[in-house]
Design a protein. Sequence first.
Length: 484
Amino acid sequence: MIDSHCHLEMRDYEQDFPEVLKRMRGNGVTNAISIGSLARNERIEKTIEIVSAHDFIKTTLGVHPKSPFKDFNDLSRLFDEYYFQNQDKIVAVGETGLDYFLPGITGKELENAKRLQEELFRFQIELAVKYGLPLIVHIRDAYEKALEILEGYINLPGGFYGGVVHCFSSKDTGLAGRFLELGFFISFSGNITYKNSGDLRALAKDIPDEKILIETDSPYLSPDGFRGKRNEPSYARFVLKTLSELKEVDFSRLDGLTTQNTVNLFSLDNVPGFYPAVAYKIRNSVYVNLTNKCTNRCSFCPKYRDRKNNYNVRGYNLLLKKEPSPDEVVSSVFRYYDFSEVVFCGLGEPTLRLDALRRAAAMIKENGKALGMDIKTRLDTDGLASAVYGRNIPEFLGGVIDSVSVSLNAHNREFYNNVCMPELKKGDADAYAAVIEFIRESRKHIGEVTATAVDLPGLDVELARKIAGSLGAKFRLRQYDNVG
């Protein structure tokens, strides 16, 4: 388990901090994220001291909407100062957001308080964009406004690196769905264990397991049985137990998945047995990210367009800290359950790790069979592998890959070279002809082949469709700027 949100710097823990950590790890909570606040009098130095002394605890930088701060210039200076001194410990911006629970404030004073919160929220979103970090979002009585603000940033090219709505408390499944559509994770805390939280429990049942995080928000929100007492990270197990019972999923299985979710969101590389950015689930398919290397520099790829090095896909940061082995791929894939297909895709060309691809695909099929799962494997590729290796790659992959999706992306050689910008080492290699041949050979050795193209200006869609049909392949037009 990972406690994805706690406040270990608070004075509540000063008398027994070593014992708190001992209980945490003794109860299966291997890692924690302790929120770091840059607001006045909120002990950022204590937070840095804690995370510097314990490699299983990471932190964040942000200002809660109700916390005091001097001004935006001062906040920006503090963020830069602490971020550059502690980059390896800082995994997110937050907690930030909106809290409109403001009793005793009315009229103009209330309007000004809300306006300042909104300015502070936008400011921190922009910091997250600047540093390529996910957001930890706090919302109370302001879900619609928070969504409005987030939608304005997330829809900008290169403007989002994932995020979580911490301690989700709305009873509106429609609101939760809108956050999921934006790529956010949903985090549940001790309040889901309360006997009067029926509506929240009903909502939690409908949240996809692969989009859930668990947290304590300690020292606040102690779970049922401990209300009125100090909360602590070891109590994360009660949140997970409640969720596993609600969803009728084995505790250890949900433990593994929520841990993987947290590892993926915050790019944690210090959780034994878990690997960030390797596998991620969209709809009923688990996608595998083998490498970030590419044969092409496509003009429409988020890695190269507008903001360089944006590896976000639907809230997942796919920037690999290291390329995974086949064993690590299989371990990551089977953190998930309730899926029928594994897709080798990611934000890189999977065939550039050809042997790892073939071995991982074979192992996934073997493991699936042992579990009684009929798992289909698909390769999403630029179709240049045979040109790269100088041999018939579809023939090599036949038997372990069930279907192939090939990025045709053009109706002729000139258009292809202009939008895909291939970087084959053989100077006079004809990349477009190599893609056509790859589709043809895939039909022979793999069978099910789909040629795809992004709906870019200038693309002759009908001609591209006709070319695909002449090769015996299906055709699918992909929407520009809609990855995944």
